[in-house]
Design a protein around this ligand. Structure first.
Ligand code: FAQ
Length: 311
């Protein structure tokens, strides 16, 4: 049963009002938002690593400049999202600590390796494509700072998706070997991309409450279906084959029927046992430790300035 304060809060949400950091909110709303925004921020930061791997290997100067800009955008997205999480009363240091200790997750997708240049195409096309599908509705999420961060992030994500599709077009219309690489990248990233939307609705522990609070606007399965419906024609346009024998247009539902990802693999990956989990976390922890001197120097500088201002 809701108490009057909780009921008034729910009424504001139902009326489409934005909740701002200093407004009263239920403790569980705050916690759930810190969890989701924090994990989203971590995903942007860890998400730089699979693509960072290819900055020095990009085939042309132009591709290198584009990829570099994209990866820098992901860093920026991480920073807006950490700022949004901080307005809920958690510090950035705490968020990092929870990432590094494995207490907070980041998206499963970034635990897969990027083996060829075509993977940069597949990541942009499929991973950013899935990210946008999830983030466009989040522009209307109930928490003001999160919703505003999403508006800017979505603009940049659509450029990312286009650059990925552009790489795929080049590869799919290239030599036989390039076309094989493009198909191989699609084969490896298809199901991991479907997993980005989270477990099937029956196993989604947070969906019901998160949707009531408009922390989340759609169920995991709804967005996964929309993603498949949008992406299959794009694969056809590329002349590539989606690696799912059960994929078939269902006239009655006006969408595709498709195979579920391997949920055992998904739960394995999110519990730390994916192909690259250890490597990704090690890289982040090392970056944190290597940056310690910068944090210390900035702290010392701030203290000196404060002391001077007082004197
Ligand atoms: N990976 O009850 P639900 C990007 C966890 S886009 C890992 O359904 P929820 C851009 C979930 O946390 C990617 N864990 O959870 C980019 C929960 O565990 P917990 C990031 C997952 O929150 C592109 C448990 O399973 N986008 O980075 C995943 O209602 C290219 C039960 O699940 C966002 O984070 C998963 N895929 O729904 C960057 C968007 N799915 O926390 C670089 C915002 C579920 O209790 C390159 N987030 N889990 O320990 C959301 O919309 C939601 O949080 C979902 C999950 C839909 C991801």
């Amino acid at each position: 049963e809701m108490n009057p304060q909780e009921r008034a809060f729910q009424e504001r949400i139902d009326a489409g009002e934005k909740i701002e950091p200093k407004d009263w909110m239920p403790e569980a709303y705050r916690k759930n938002l810190i969890r989701q925004i924090g994990q989203h921020a971590h995903s942007e930061i860890v998400g730089q690593l699979p693509e960072g791997n290819w900055i020095t290997r990009a085939p042309t100067l132009e591709r290198k400049a584009i990829l570099l800009a994209k990866v820098q955008d992901e860093a920026g997205h991480g920073l807006y999202l950490y700022c949004a999480a901080e307005t809920l009363g958690i510090s950035r240091d705490e968020l990092f600590e929870q990432l590094h200790s494995g207490k907070m997750k980041y998206s499963s997708i970034f635990n897969y390796p990027t083996l060829t240049w075509a993977d940069m195409g597949a990541v942009g096309w499929l991973v950013d494509g899935a990210a946008i599908m999830n983030q466009v509705p989040l522009q209307r999420t109930s928490f003001g700072p999160y919703s505003r961060a999403m508006i800017r992030i979505c603009k940049e994500e659509s450029f990312h998706q286009r650059q990925g599709f552009d790489i795929m077009m080049k590869m799919a219309n290239g030599t036989e070997a390039q076309k094989r690489m493009a198909q191989d990248a699609l084969n490896r990233f298809w199901f991991p991309a479907l997993m980005m939307f989270g477990p099937s609705d029956k196993d989604s522990v947070h969906s019901a409450q998160s949707m009531a609070w408009k922390i989340k606007m759609n169920t995991n399965d709804e967005l996964r279906q929309k993603f498949v419906d949008q992406t299959v024609p794009q694969a056809e346009y590329l002349g590539l084959t989606v690696p799912d024998e059960n994929l078939v247009w269902n006239e009655e539902k006006g969408g595709y029927d498709f195979s579920e990802p391997d949920w055992n693999e998904f739960f394995d990956v999110i519990s730390g046992n994916g192909p690259c989990n250890t490597e990704r976390l090690e890289t982040r922890k090392n970056a944190w430790e290597d940056g310690a001197w910068v944090r210390e120097a900035m702290q010392a500088h701030a203290e000196k300035r404060a002391a001077r201002a007082k004197a």
